[in-house]
Design a binder for this molecule. Structure first.
Ligand code: NIG
Ligand code: FE
Length: 396
């Protein structure tokens, strides 16, 4: 069995509970065996290993867990972005533009885009990336989107209910029937999750509930695009259905916050029933919209995750460090809260306990920074601080 020791770590973020906030250890080492963390402890007591990665006194963190991304698409919407920066509002109407380009693309063109963006994200420290469909919106195009997504990630999400495509514009009930019937049947073999864009102009609460319930019955976990463009029922629908995550959460009522807070982990039974609030500040940045109030959620005890929402319309970034910097500067999160949300929080949003932490037994997905502390992720925005990434114990 080959082993690898990461040592000379100045600051190790484990996200383990024993060591206090972020589970930080100084002068630590991490032993990796078979793609897993086998041991964490003081460098002075580190066991011998076959190979060594010298962190050079820098900070080492769990790899980022980006729990919300739309990577399967063709074309871009740079002109729409330019128009928005000149004053046009974001409405989600451009989704249909990307649907047209995606339907016209070959499998290889879509695959190349997914791999390019996944590679970009990996170089910026993302070791787990959820990937949604949602720009095909026919049975065949949703199924192939998910088939291609599944080549790159096990965290795949069926978003056939992204918008009602133009050909169904005057008969949305029929489109919901298609999504719940043949589209779900074709997509489910490649999908772990189901998601709906529950928003005015996309799917109302009754349609969203029906679609999510069909997905659940087919064995998929629930996630919801909720309360992005205005107040609405999406967050409470997600809580009602036991969603792993409700995403965006930009416009929340007190009742929405209370509903999320009521799902806090049940430590007594040990059952994981938390609905995470996943905040996507890249979308507010790129649509020039007010940011979600992370402080209000955190103060209410809600579990918060940060993700990129990488997509060609509302947030064309694959950078988790950028999202961390935005969350700290614009959303009143502390650097520690933002890092936790981008690692362990993302893992909770995917109901995973083997990622987002660097404790014995976890996957050896870790990042060596070009900085002495995780604080630099927000303190030095826009600077490439990822020196090395280990994915499943393998240096990239
Ligand atoms: O999460 N809001 C819905 N879907 C994406 C945007 C999709 C697009 O504009 O192409 C989002 O922001
Ligand atoms: Fe999204």
């Amino acid at each position: 069995m080959s082993s690898l020791l990461v040592d000379n770590i100045g600051e190790l973020v484990t996200n383990g509970v024993a060591e206090g906030p972020l589970g930080i250890r100084r002068d630590a080492a991490v032993l990796v065996e078979e793609g897993r963390v086998a041991w964490v402890g003081p460098a002075a007591y580190a066991p011998a290993a076959d190979r060594r990665v010298d962190a050079g006194g820098a900070a080492v963190l769990p790899g980022f867990v980006d729990s919300h991304a739309h990577l399967v698409f063709a074309g871009d919407r740079a002109a729409e972005f330019a128009a928005r920066m000149a004053g046009q509002p974001y409405t989600g109407g451009g989704i249909r533009t990307t649907v047209g380009a995606t339907r016209a693309a070959t499998d290889d063109e879509l695959r190349t885009t997914v791999r390019r963006l996944r590679g970009e994200a990996l170089r910026q420290g993302t070791t787990t990336m959820e990937i949604k469909s949602g720009y095909g919106l026919t049975v065949a195009d949703e199924a192939r989107s998910l088939r291609i997504a599944a080549e790159t990630s096990t965290e795949t999400t069926f978003l056939g209910a992204h918008v009602v495509p133009a050909e169904y514009a005057d008969r949305p009930d029929d489109y919901v029937g298609l999504v719940c019937g043949p589209m779900l049947a074709a997509a489910a073999p490649y999908a772990k999750w189901i998601d709906v864009f529950c928003e005015r102009g996309a799917f109302d609460v009754d349609h969203a509930r029906a679609i999510l319930a069909c997905g659940q019955a087919a064995g998929l976990g629930v996630r919801v695009h909720a309360n992005q463009l205005g107040p609405g029922p999406g967050v409470q629908l997600g809580v009602e259905l036991g969603a792993a995550s409700v995403d965006h959460c930009t416009h929340l009522s007190d009742a929405d916050v209370d509903a999320l807070a009521s799902t806090r982990m049940d430590w007594l039974s040990g059952s994981e029933t938390t609905t995470v609030a996943t905040l996507l500040p890249g979308a507010e940045f790129s649509t020039r919209s007010p940011y979600p109030d992370a402080r209000r959620l955190l103060d209410a005890g809600v579990t918060v995750a940060l993700a990129t929402d990488c997509n060609p319309g509302s947030s064309y970034t694959s950078s988790m460090p950028f999202c961390i910097a935005l969350a700290v500067r614009e959303m009143r999160m502390t650097p520690a809260e933002a890092l936790w949300a981008a690692t362990a929080g993302g893992a909770r949003a995917l109901r995973r306990d083997d990622i987002g932490v660097l404790t014995p037994g976890a996957r050896a997905d870790l990042v060596v920074l070009d900085a002495p502390s995780f604080l630099h992720l927000a303190y030095r925005p826009g600077v490439p601080l990822i020196r090395q990434v280990l994915l499943n114990g393998v240096p990239q």
